[in-house]
Design a protein around this ligand. Structure first.
Ligand SMILES: Cc1cc2nc3c(=O)[nH]c(=O)nc-3n(C[C@H](O)[C@H](O)[C@H](O)COP(=O)(O)OP(=O)(O)OC[C@H]3O[C@@H](n4cnc5c(N)ncnc54)[C@H](O)[C@@H]3O)c2cc1C
Length: 449
């Protein structure tokens, strides 16, 4: 690596990297330390620009700076592998989207040093509650009952944009990390040795070459589409509306958990508390037009149908919900992770969490291959493990969660009530239920495949 850096940077004796290498050669250790910090940024820029301009292959490019792409970047950088992230937008997204981090994910984030800062920005939810609008509370599960299985026996309620910012802050001065905003991947080809990408940046198309490409570019993934990788599944007829309110719902519904699912054949909904607000999510029937569903009257009436008092709405998102999984999570030197590989309804909060589990499974394998500790066959295990648990746990689980809440027939409603009551009936059954919703089971199961 050093000789490659030398080649690209040492010729410029005035460059930051040149000065650092010179100091290293003359073993001026104190000088190296002092020099390193002052010349860090310049050396980094010299390295990435030189590799880029000379069309040498970058080790790993990640398309997409969402939570999954940023997590993948963080792990690779931690392993000493240079990473370039290409993001089509000019900043990280601030959209109000996923807002739940499960215990299993928090443990993984903790290993990279991100759980603690996220905890300071989020709200700890120790319990998850299931209620029927007709029969009252069906069950309340407390994560403290699996405190022996996780370092984080709770769900952390924090919006996903908090994580991407925390990771960017941690990486931005690292010489191994480069992020290019306004860089949309628009074309790609691959051969036996690498992947060639075309990026439309803010001026003109430019070409990159990398050894490995991770497509973490969301549900409409260009990495997936450009390679004709199928994305089978279905789209639910109803859309979901997410309404954020500063109303004190805990006062309106005394005893409510910070994560609360309500079963009802028409007005099923769920409530998630975040710092300073609640998010209320419910279905919008297919016959209601988008502009009607998001107008103030409709939003007010929707909230009034599930809350006893009026609640001011600060933010509304209406979105179409799909259940789809890519035909393969690996194609040669390219990989799909997160929403690029699978999308699902938000009941259970498994989409982003599953994507973060993908990111770590993939990058652990990729770094072993890049560092010569494993052969390329190990990369096939990524598709084998993550696609299987996506199909078996995430797709099946989220579809079941939705069908339970919206159950229309007496038979289906009774089956759901019985399921929750049975799960509540003993410590063993509560622990089994908690292991599943905390996504501990799916992580452990993946490792056995
Ligand atoms: C409106 C909405 C609301 C949601 N609400 C919830 C919720 O309440 N609960 C829940 O669990 N989940 C929710 N989700 C799903 C959740 O947000 C995703 O599972 C999560 O964002 C997945 O992360 P990701 O990094 O895979 O993809 P994304 O977060 O989508 O990130 C992909 C990134 O790639 C960039 N990109 C796209 N194309 C290119 C390209 N060609 N070149 C370069 N960059 C590109 C995008 O700009 C983006 O920054 C919601 C999704 C949406 C769309």
């Amino acid at each position: 690596m050093v000789s490659r850096l030398r080649k690209t940077c040492i010729n410029s004796k005035s460059s930051g990297f040149g000065r650092v290498l010179k100091a290293l050669e003359t073993t001026e250790v104190n000088s190296v330390e002092a020099q390193w910090s002052t010349d860090f940024a310049e050396a980094k820029s010299c390295l990435s620009e030189s590799l880029y301009m000379s069309q040498q292959s970058l080790p790993v490019i990640i398309a997409g700076a969402g939570p999954v792409g940023m997590m993948a970047a963080a792990y690779l950088v931690r392993q000493g592998i240079p990473v370039t992230v290409l993001e089509k937008n000019s900043t990280l997204s601030m959209e109000s989207r996923a807002s739940t981090f499960h215990p299993s994910t928090l443990d993984l984030l903790d290993d990279l040093g991100f759980a603690k800062p996220l905890l300071t920005e989020g709200l700890v939810a120790s319990t998850v509650q299931y209620t029927s609008t007709v029969h009252g509370e069906l069950g309340r599960f407390n994560f403290s009952e699996i405190a022996d299985l996780t370092r984080h026996p709770f769900r952390l309620q924090a919006e996903q944009f908090r994580l991407t910012r925390i990771i960017l802050d941690a990486l931005k001065h690292n010489p191994l990390f480069t992020i290019r905003f306004d860089s949309e991947l628009t074309a790609l080809t691959q051969d036996a040795n690498g992947v060639t990408l075309t990026i439309n940046d803010d001026t003109s198309p430019v070409t990159y070459r990398c050894d490995w490409l991770i497509g973490a570019d969301g549900a409409n993934s260009a990495v997936r589409r450009l390679q004709d990788i199928g994305f089978d599944g279905f789209t639910w007829p109803e859309r979901l509306i997410v309404m954020t309110t500063s109303a004190d719902i805990a006062a309106m519904r005394p005893g409510i958990s910070s994560v609360s699912y309500w079963a009802d054949p028409v007005r099923w909904h769920f409530l998630l508390r975040i710092v300073g607000a609640w998010r209320v999510m419910m279905p919008v029937p297919s016959e209601i037009a988008d502009d009607v569903a998001t107008n103030a009257e409709y939003v007010k009436a929707s909230l009034a149908s599930v809350l006893p008092d009026e609640a001011p709405v600060s933010h509304t998102t209406l979105y179409r919900v799909h259940q789809r999984v890519a035909d393969n999570f690996r194609k040669g030197r390219t990989f799909l992770a997160g929403d690029a590989a699978h999308i699902n309804n938000p009941l259970g909060g498994m989409g982003m969490n599953g994507g973060l589990h993908d990111a770590l499974n993939l990058t652990a394998r990729l770094s072993d291959v890049i560092q010569g500790k494993a052969t390329e066959e190990t990369l096939d295990g990524y598709d084998r493990q993550r696609r299987a648990v996506t199909m078996e746990a995430i797709q099946v689980g989220t579809i079941k969660n939705k069908r339970n809440l919206e159950a229309k027939t007496e038979e289906d409603q009774t089956a759901f009530r019985d399921e929750i009551r049975n799960a509540m009936s003993s410590l063993d059954s509560r622990r089994a239920f908690l292991r599943r919703i905390a996504m501990i089971d799916s992580l452990e199961h993946a490792a056995t495949l």
